[in-house]
Design a protein around this ligand. Structure first.
Ligand code: NDP
Length: 444
């Protein structure tokens, strides 16, 4: 395989999908050496079969708003690869959603799911519908209309969606209700469900907690821990909230959070009480982060990212490409020792280069945020055996999964000078398992 040629060909065949190209480039450039040690892979054109999704469903979603207007949105489900288990990956509702973004997410998800050690393939779906500013009734009608199309393509052993940006417990609940009605079956086809109807304890917390468990492992390699460390967090949604919660629990200090309008900087730290306020503001009132600055009298910077503030650790937890080369240089200049990604692909390729050249600890989302899908996998298991595990039991399993992922990254990513290249480690470890499964299953 020549990674550059494969990428050029994909760009020609699938133009106007820059995020998909970016994700493929990052993976291919790091697995090329390992791939080429196995000539049997190239004989069956494994690389193209791994980069191009198995199939993509694309559909129109029609719904009625509160004023009686008929509205249309696009809906998608990308089933990327099911070599090691049913397709599994979240659903994103955001105005920016398009096929290229979902293809990047489904591609990444395949390697991430492989890393978790659980039997899950990779998929992703979503719509350009934005729940922001919509009434509860509008969100419900949209979710129902979306599921009216999606239901025929998913199932407990086929494809198991979950939440992502714009899709939390409320949206999963509405989608599950419609799915159940259409199939006339109560199965665990969606994860992230409410506790009363098959959800798992710790699922809402899992991505944020998992990221911090992974960060702890990274810090250990340098004889450090979280106590007293100042952390920058972007976003204020599901991942950001529980990342902050775990940082506080372990004695760290969170000084920023953000949303798509801007960020707040609280030098005194966002303590438990202030975090409760953010959770209520975001999850209940669906307000803006600027309201935090008004309430607590701290700095609010409109239209900017938090990466210029001084800190020890950065935890990007909002969206893709939210941290560029300039931000990365600023973070390094300010003495940041670790960056661990709660979001998917938040750092641009240039930013990643800056982190790696500075030899700071840098964990890509594929490894660091795998806790979310891991507990989704545990939710599937609990649904299958029709039992619910305790909070402690799920948390212990999550911790051990994150530890294993860290070990896999160290195994495949340690460079001759001892620096751990977590990008390479995660990509090679995730890739090898999927590749071997595909080889064993023949040309399909
Ligand atoms: P939420 O919808 O709960 O929160 C998203 C947060 O990011 C909000 O604060 C939102 O602000 C902000 N945001 C979204 N888009 C942008 C943008 N274009 N620019 C700036 N800020 C933005 O989503 P999650 O917390 O679930 O997801 C966050 C990230 O984590 C995503 O990259 C997702 O793919 C990833 N992830 C999520 C997992 C999960 O279990 N939920 C699992 C693994 C990864 P606003 O309110 O203004 O839109």
């Amino acid at each position: 395989m020549n990674a550059a040629n494969v990428l050029e060909d994909l760009k020609r065949r699938f133009p106007n999908e820059p995020e998909y190209h970016q994700a493929v480039e990052e993976v291919l450039s790091t697995i090329e050496e390992e791939y080429n040690k196995h000539p049997e892979f190239d004989k069956v054109n494994l690389v193209e079969r791994l980069c191009i999704p198995d199939r993509v469903y694309q559909f129109r979603v029609t719904w009625v708003d509160d004023e009686g207007n008929i509205r249309t949105n696009m809906g998608y489900r990308v089933q990327h690869n099911n070599a090691i288990g049913p397709y599994k990956g979240g659903i994103r509702f955001h105005a920016s959603v398009n096929l290229g973004i979902l293809k990047f997410l489904a591609f990444e998800q395949t390697f991430k799911n492989s890393l978790t050690t659980l039997p899950m393939g990779g998929g992703k779906g979503g719509s350009d519908f934005s729940p922001r500013g919509k009434s509860n009734a509008e969100v419900m009608r949209f979710c129902q209309a979306f599921m009216l199309e999606l239901w025929r393509h998913i199932g407990p052993e086929t494809d198991v969606p979950a939440g992502d940006i714009g899709v939390g417990g409320r949206e999963v609940g509405y989608m599950f209700g419609m799915y159940k009605k259409l199939t006339r079956e109560f199965t665990g086809t969606l994860t992230g469900k409410g506790l009363e109807f098959g959800g798992s304890l710790i699922r809402p917390e899992a991505t944020g907690y998992g990221n911090i468990y992974f960060l702890q492992e990274m810090l250990k390699t340098r004889g450090e821990d979280l106590k007293g460390k100042v952390c920058l967090i972007s976003g204020s949604g599901n991942v950001a909230q529980y990342t902050a919660e775990k940082v506080l629990e372990l004695g760290g200090k969170v000084v920023t959070m953000s949303d798509s309008d801007g960020y707040i900087y609280d030098p005194d730290g966002i303590d438990r009480e202030k975090l409760d306020y953010i959770m209520e503001l975001k999850n209940l009132y669906r307000g803006r982060i600027r309201e935090y600055a008004e309430k607590y009298g701290c700095k609010y910077v409109a239209g900017a990212k938090p990466w210029g503030e001084k800190a020890d650790i950065a935890l990007p937890s909002a969206t893709q490409n939210e941290l560029n080369g300039d931000h990365a240089r600023q973070l390094v200049a300010n003495g940041v020792i670790a960056v661990s990604e709660g979001a998917n692909m938040p750092s641009t390729p240039e930013a990643i280069r800056v982190f790696q050249e500075a030899k700071i600890l840098y964990a890509p989302g594929k490894a660091a945020n795998a806790g979310g899908v891991s507990v989704s996998g545990l939710e599937m298991t609990q649904n299958s055996i029709k039992l619910g595990w305790t909070k402690e039991e799920v948390d212990e399993r999550l911790k051990s999964i994150m530890k294993n992922i860290h070990e896999a990254c160290v195994k495949y990513g340690t460079e001759p000078d001892g620096y751990i290249n977590y990008v390479k480690g995660a990509n090679v470890a995730g890739f090898m398992k999927v590749a071997k499964a595909m080889m064993a299953q023949g040309i399909v």
